[in-house]
Design a protein around this ligand. Structure first.
Ligand SMILES: C[S@@+](CC[C@H](N)C(=O)[O-])C[C@H]1O[C@@H](n2cnc3c(N)ncnc32)[C@H](O)[C@@H]1O
Ligand SMILES: [Zn+2]
Length: 267
């Protein structure tokens, strides 16, 4: 399914190297992933989420705070009866790992622009998936090759996603619901805004939608700081408010998510 980022031909894997018919080749790292992000596709030397954000996200997710979301997602994916799944902006692979436990036969492909993210995902899924450092805006993926594209809180190009999906393919998107982490935002900003839900992208219809909302109890200071460090909040808000939060012994907020299944309607 990987395509050469230089000439777009199919890549074949022999031992630890992916090669195209034109002779371009990409070696796998020791964790098994491959770098398919060309130097001219990067806006910085080390794009995407940092290793520190990743480590905090992994610790937070592994403590089970978003387990309800992961289980709901696995169920939604299972019901779609797919053979291949591409996770665009897969992070350190938490949702893929959860899904693979219930559906080990599905062929899993994941990419992220952050090398640290891909390294961690590849290491924890071992033989369970194929991972690449790549951008969701220029997918190194063959056209019409994927049953399902997954995007969990990550950016990407809709046109690229349409190109790689098979005609009857599904696009599963997880976005924050209006009240997601609202009390955390109240603690940081004078006038916090509710999240807007995205429009259904052109060329797709919304086949199903599921809202997952629950009380998010962070029982200790460590969990509060992990959440702050893994979300964009870490960069914003007033310094005093942030310090107060960073020092708090616990915090309760709202988790609010939408899982949407979109289907292409132009075929
Ligand atoms: C909020 S995180 C979500 C990660 C993961 N899906 C999860 O929920 O745990 C957003 C991810 O998108 C990645 N990302 C940002 N820009 C990207 C791009 N252009 N292409 C691919 N991934 C990108 C970041 O490196 C980060 O891992
Ligand atoms: Zn090539």
């Amino acid at each position: 399914m990987w395509a050469c980022p230089v000439c777009s031909q199919a890549l074949e894997k022999t031992e630890r190297t992916w090669r195209c018919g034109e002779g371009h080749s990409y070696d796998c790292a020791k964790e098994g992933y491959v770098n398919l992000l060309l130097a001219n596709q990067k806006r910085s030397a080390d794009p995407g989420d940092t290793r520190e954000m990743m480590l905090n996200r992994r610790a937070f997710l592994e403590a089970g705070y978003y387990q309800e979301l992961a289980s709901a997602l696995s169920q939604v994916l299972q019901d779609l009866k797919i053979d291949t799944l591409l996770d665009c902006g897969c992070g350190e692979g938490y949702y893929l790992q959860q899904f693979l436990r219930s559906q080990p036969a599905v062929s899993i492909w994941g990419l992220d622009i952050s090398r640290d993210a891909v390294r961690m995902a590849s290491k924890s899924l071992k033989q369970g998936g194929n991972f690449a450092v790549a951008s969701s805006f220029q997918l190194p993926v063959l056209s019409n090759s994927v049953d399902l594209v997954l995007r969990v809180f990550a950016p990407g190009s809709i046109d690229e996603l349409k190109r790689v999906l098979r005609p009857q393919g599904a696009f599963v998107l997880i976005v924050p619901g209006p009240r997601h982490l609202f009390s955390l935002k109240q603690a940081l900003y004078d006038t916090p805004a509710l999240h807007d839900l995205p429009e259904v992208p052109e060329g797709f219809e919304c086949e199903s939608e599921r809202r997952i909302s629950f009380e998010l109890k962070l029982p200790n200071n460590e969990a509060v700081n992990q959440l702050l460090a893994m979300t964009p909040f870490v960069w914003k808000g007033s310094r005093e408010a942030k310090e107060r939060l960073e020092n708090s012994a616990q915090f309760t907020s709202e988790a609010d998510f939408y899982i949407r299944v979109y289907r292409q309607n132009e075929h």
